[in-house]
Design a protein around this ligand. Structure first.
Ligand code: SF4
Ligand code: SF4
Ligand code: SF4
Length: 241
């Protein structure tokens, strides 16, 4: 693949990302469809690493990139029927681990409360399965209907399908933006706390300073006591005379 400029590379990344299924499952070895598209353009990844895209996806990628067609790399997984996640709400313990794993924020719930999957937004990536400590998430096959975007992603002629996949991309991008923002806020809080601690310890006297100051006070007290004692003695001697 001969790429002449950064602009051309970016355009190709966008075109490849538009073809990829937006499952955001990371089975290609990259943390999402856009990073995989970037790796293909950078010559770091082959076009046969996306199991959800399957053979159709590889052929479309080969056509777009002018790279040689190859069957799906088995190391990345196998092409299988699409399915969506369902949570057995009676068994869910509300640990929130699945929410943290979902790349498109398709799970609703809160700590110690039951969780549920927003079916229309689930991409079927399976990333929520492994973290669940009570195995209450299962993948259930998708109903075969013409406007089911998860099933028919490559029917680009079906505009409803494309719009829904674009929504999955936007949800993924927004989640990445939110995670980056949370990380930056957390780093800022740590930095602020460290600055506050430093400023407070600069204000506090050290143990040595406290010790020195206490020694000075004791010496002053002893000198005053000695002066009072001398004054008493002088007074007593004056009275005798
Ligand atoms: S669908 Fe999964 S395997 Fe395919 S490109 Fe996207 S993240 Fe990678
Ligand atoms: S609910 Fe589970 S399977 Fe569905 S998108 Fe989220 S992590 Fe993936
Ligand atoms: S990981 Fe399992 S138990 Fe924890 S909130 Fe999700 S569904 Fe419930």
């Amino acid at each position: 693949m001969l790429i002449q400029s950064k602009m051309e590379a970016n355009r190709l990344i966008t075109q490849i990302d538009a073809i990829l299924p937006q499952t955001q499952c990371a089975k290609c070895g990259y943390p999402g469809c856009k990073p995989y598209a970037t790796a293909i353009v950078n010559g770091e990844a082959d076009i046969n690493q996306c199991p959800p895209g399957g053979d159709t996806g590889i052929r479309i990628l080969a056509n777009l990139t002018h790279m040689e067609y190859k069957p799906l790399n088995a190391e990345n997984g196998i092409e299988k029927s699409k399915a969506l996640a369902f949570i057995d709400e009676a068994t869910c313990i509300g640990c929130t681990l699945c929410i943290q794993a979902c790349p498109v924020d398709a799970i609703l719930g809160a700590s110690k409360q039951m969780h549920t999957v927003i079916t229309n937004e689930c991409t079927g990536c399976e990333l929520c399965l492994a973290p669940c400590p009570v195995d209450c998430i299962t993948m259930q096959p998708i109903e075969t209907v013409s406007d089911n975007w998860q099933l028919n992603y490559f029917s680009i002629a079906n505009n409803k399908t494309k719009v829904a996949a674009d929504l999955a991309r936007k949800r993924y991008e927004f989640r990445m933006f939110r995670l980056e923002r949370e990380e930056a806020e957390s780093a800022q809080k740590h930095a602020d706390r460290a600055m506050r601690n430093k400023a407070e310890s600069a204000k506090m006297p050290t143990a040595q300073t406290e010790n020195n100051s206490s020694m000075v006070n004791n010496a002053k007290k002893a000198a005053i006591a000695a002066a009072i004692e001398r004054a008493h003695l002088l007074k007593a001697a004056t009275a005798k005379n």
